[in-house]
Ligand binder design. Structure first.
Ligand code: SF4
Length: 288
């Protein structure tokens, strides 16, 4: 059986930066907290936990003081920084530069349209850490659209600045943008800010091709990874024998029945070592 790992899958630079920051700190500190899971991949979280990284929830963080806390790539709202200042918490800030820039832009749109009663609208998932961080920049006034059906929440007689969470589908964002555009009242301002990170969307054409080249595709990603589900869907559309797995124990050996080739790929939050582990698991059961 031919088993191949997609060399373009795996961590994006934002995640690499966050994990390197954690590993560097853990060389000299025996206890480092992380606000939320450092990456949406349970296996990588477990690996770093063994080195001394402990995930804490937002509620737990708000009770903490006198410690070191890592901020992951998704970014945080201003209240996180204010709490650290007041409570002697040293922050290791690993917010992805792409997210930091987006936070600044969202804030800029909000400030510049405040006197015109403007609305900042973000296509994303309510409660997602990145959305909490963005909303926090603008006094939690963002209108978050989870789908095109939510555009009715917008007041089309007031100016709109439309953004996207970095990991959303480009086509879905532009479908929403078109609907908003056609619904705006004449003469009312609309700015469409495509803020989707190309670290995710640029992988789409390549993954489409990759998925077609194998009898079976195993897409490796944590169940909480939104870009994981997105990229998995892309592969599944190209190859119906694509399966989403977070670890080897989730593989059903029957999936491989009759297959002569297996492609392994993953999300921007999937560690390479995990894809290697999965390849090894298959090779041991299906020696070539
Ligand atoms: S997907 Fe893009 S925005 Fe998100 S962490 Fe990676 S590089 Fe940063």
């Amino acid at each position: 059986m031919r088993v191949e790992i997609d060399r373009r899958s795996g961590f994006c630079f934002g995640v690499i930066k966050a994990i390197k920051s954690a590993e560097n700190e853990l060389k000299t500190t025996d206890k480092l907290y992380c606000l939320g899971d450092i990456v949406h991949n349970g296996m990588e979280v477990e690996r770093l936990e063994k080195m001394g990284l402990q995930s804490v929830s937002r509620d737990e963080y708000m009770q903490m003081k006198d410690c070191k806390v890592l901020i992951r790539a998704h970014g945080e709202p201003p209240e996180t920084y204010e709490h650290a200042k007041k409570n002697n918490i040293e922050l290791i800030d690993a917010t992805c530069p792409v997210v930091l820039t987006l936070q600044e832009k969202v804030k800029g749109s909000y400030e510049s349209n405040k006197d015109k009663d403007g609305q900042v609208v973000i296509y994303g998932k309510k409660g997602h850490a990145e959305i909490i961080g963005l909303d926090g920049q603008i006094e939690n006034k963002a209108i978050v659209l989870e789908s095109i059906n939510d555009v009715s929440q917008i007041d089309f007689s007031r100016p709109v600045s439309l953004y996207s969470q970095t990991t959303k589908r480009v086509e879905d964002f532009y479908a929403i943008a078109d609907k908003v555009k056609s619904s705006m009242q004449p003469g009312v301002g609309l700015e469409i800010k495509d803020s989707i990170c190309r670290q995710v969307s640029n992988r789409v054409p390549h993954l489409k091709q990759f998925a077609k080249e194998f009898d079976v595709v195993l897409f490796v990603a944590g169940h909480k990874s939104s870009n994981g589900w997105y990229l998995y869907t892309i592969c599944k559309e190209e190859n119906p024998r694509t399966h989403h797995v977070a670890r080897t124990s989730e593989i059903d050996p029957a999936w491989l029945d009759g297959a002569e080739s297996v492609g392994i790929c993953g999300a921007t939050s999937t560690p390479n070592w995990l894809m290697e582990e999965i390849a090894e698991w298959i090779n041991q059961r299906n020696p070539s």
